[in-house]
Design a protein around this ligand. Sequence first.
Ligand SMILES: *[C@@H]1O[C@H](CO)[C@@H](O)[C@H](O)[C@H]1NC(C)=O
Ligand SMILES: *[C@@H]1O[C@H](CO)[C@@H](O)[C@H](O)[C@H]1NC(C)=O
Length: 301
Amino acid sequence: MATLFSLLLLFSAFLGAQSTFKVTNNCGYTIWPGILSNAGLAPLTTTGFQLQPGETRVIEVPASWSGRLWARTLCTSDPTSGKFSCATGDCGSGTVECGGGGAAPPVSLVEFTLNGGGNNDFYDVSLVDGYNIALVVFPQGGSGPNCVPTGCIVELNGPCPEGLRVVTGGQTIACKSACEAFSDPRYCCSGAYGNPNTCGPTSYSLFFKNACPRAYSYAYDDATSTFTCASGTAQYLLSFCPNSSSLRSSGGNNPEAAGVPLINDTMIFSDGSQSTHYFPNCFFKIFFSVFLVLSWLTTHV
Ligand SMILES: *[C@@H]1O[C@H](CO)[C@@H](O)[C@H](O)[C@H]1NC(C)=O
Ligand SMILES: *[C@@H]1O[C@H](CO)[C@@H](O)[C@H](O)[C@H]1NC(C)=O
């Protein structure tokens, strides 16, 4: 009887012992997500995979898993050696699976501690190691007042400050943290700046924070950047290059939910463009061409 009972307990523990990550690629290009379990934990069923535009992969995760996920971009296999490598987020494994390798910065990171303190899942999106891609964690069906989407919807490679850019072939492919770019203790929150009282936001960290108010922008940015769902209540959708209009309509930007908006509607980049006006230049070109044709017609016909 006792064995039957413990078997039942084990079985129910097993049933409740899974969380699910749904990883979606909304980008117009292929990405290669990477996953690193925290030290001492077994790797997940995959540690790296390819995701085509529009593709979704579902990953079962043990209830008490902790670790990080990211996306690698601009990956290729060397035609002679077969070695796989990526221009951003590379994990050094030489293969699509990361096999315990972490992401090379600059990289946008998703961090999870499932079933942490107070029976909560903790999650955040961190730009402390810089930025390479827009992403949002979207808890589905979770409970708790702080169980809301977090991430960075804005494309930040284009507006990345001059000193932080990673440029390849004339294109900015990632945006460094000031710590990585300048190795200054003030930016790295190290040395004399190694505690929350001495290390605060800087103009560089504010570039990331203003664009993505819920993402970590420097090491001690905890107050507005950590989110929780009651353990076992949520599945997590990780969307790379998320569609901001679909997030707005789904209530993902509900400011009351966490005190901080997911999207900064009043954000103005230093070039004077507004983040909410992300229409491609071609719209203006088309508009202007139509205008030219019309004015030609009115004067010549
Ligand atoms: C984004 O989402 C909106 C609303 O759900 C939809 O109408 C639009 O087609 C989507 N755009 C893209 C590029 O997927
Ligand atoms: C939005 O961005 C502006 C700067 O463009 C900044 O002053 C403001 O604090 C930001 N709002 C949030 C909620 O981060």
